[in-house]
Ligand binder design. Structure first.
Ligand SMILES: Cc1ncc(COP(=O)(O)O)c(C=O)c1O
Length: 356
């Protein structure tokens, strides 16, 4: 028996839909991308405009540019996340100020944002780790006070809500990933949602070299390019996958939520374990992490830390000494299997092994 940590999920209907897309003249960015964006607005981001891109990292980079982050600007960012959250800040040559996590979760601590914010802070970046939403009211209050934007990394938070509102429909910018093992995958892909409709056409230009995409190719190339943009667009092949997955998303999400509920109930009364969540990743805190990892492996169950504190990577300038909660929790957190192919009995089995 082998229970994998992650496993990609692609709905069966994708195969037929891709076949159709491949028989049209649009396989790069075309009408399917627009359809995916419209569906995203209808189901996830509502009045926030959706812009499909080639990856979650593309979405983050575009958000940082649109938020006005430039060389030397201070940006408060999460110390604990997949490094793709923070690396595009280095593209912008920003000065990253790592904020600590909370004592009992891996999400950013609003009180540490407050401690570290200055008049030079240009933006606040947060990640909803594993799909557990950050304290958005507190963080929004700080952002409002300093008149700066929030950028949410929602790579793990498709379908997550905060106080009944969808992640993606809250702050200035939200960035989703459709990388291979996310709840919705397009192989590689991402979605940026934007609150301010006035900057949507700017975002679309940045997505394609700085060019205005018109239906007539010759017009597009004839026009001036006034700002350096990127090749960050999504293809219609990827969008086709995204559309099919999004149509089925309510049942996909329900399945993840059912699995998460079993974890939360089964693990809550074990004294040496603290269940953190969420729906995308099952994160726990455990005193003897290595022992547990080994025992799980003996029983054919994969587990891993998955992500690490980012100041371990030299590119971010070396280990910081002002994140005590991170210091405390870095030896304790562990991620347990969570993906669409798992059944309730698999989670019950994992919990049984942990209890033993
Ligand atoms: C938290 C987080 N942020 C950003 C990313 C980057 O997304 P992508 O791989 O689509 O570029 C990922 C993805 O894997 C992620 O897990």
């Amino acid at each position: 028996m082998k229970i994998e940590l992650f496993y990609p999920y692609v709905p069966k209907s994708v195969v037929g839909a891709i076949k159709k897309t491949l028989s049209t003249k649009w396989i790069g960015q075309g009408p399917k991308v627009l359809e995916f964006e419209n569906l995203w607005e209808e189901k996830i981001s509502f009045s926030h405009k959706a812009i499909a891109v080639g990856s979650g990292t593309n979405a983050l980079h575009l958000a940082y540019i649109l938020a006005g982050i430039r060389e030397g600007d201070e940006v408060i960012a999460p110390i604990f996340t997949y490094p793709a959250t923070n690396i595009p800040l280095l593209y912008q040559k920003a000065k990253i100020v790592f904020a600590d996590i909370k004592k009992d979760s891996l999400n950013i601590d609003p009180s540490d944002i407050r401690r570290k914010i200055t008049s030079r802070t240009k933006a606040i970046v947060v990640v909803h780790y594993g799909g557990v939403p950050c304290d958005m009211d507190e963080i929004q209050a700080i952002a409002d006070e300093y008149h700066i934007p929030i950028i949410e990394d929602a790579a793990y938070a498709i379908g997550a809500t905060y106080k009944g509102k969808n992640i993606g429909s809250l702050s200035d910018f939200t960035c989703f990933s459709f990388q291979a093992v996310k709840m919705i995958t397009t192989g590689a892909g991402g979605m940026l949602t934007i609150k301010n409709p006035k900057i949507v056409s700017w975002a679309k230009k940045l997505r394609l070299f700085g060019m205005e995409k018109t239906s007539k190719l010759e017009d597009r190339w004839a026009k001036d390019i006034t700002e350096v943009g990127y090749r960050y667009e999504m293809t219609d092949i990827a969008a086709t996958m995204g559309i099919e997955a999004l149509k089925k998303f309510s049942s996909t999400l329900k399945h993840y939520q059912d699995l998460a509920k079993i974890y939360s109930e089964e693990l809550k009364n074990i004294p040496s374990i603290q269940y953190i969540g969420g729906d995308s990743l099952c994160v726990i805190l455990v005193e003897k992490r290595e022992d547990l990892e080994q025992k799980l492996a003996i029983h054919g169950i994969e587990s891993s830390q998955v992500d690490y504190r980012n100041d371990r990577y030299s590119i971010f300038g070396g280990r910081v000494e002002n994140c005590p909660n991170m210091d405390m929790l870095e030896k304790k957190y562990l991620v347990l299997p969570m993906h669409h192919h798992l059944q309730k009995k698999d989670i019950q089995y994992i919990c049984q092994v942990i209890k033993k």
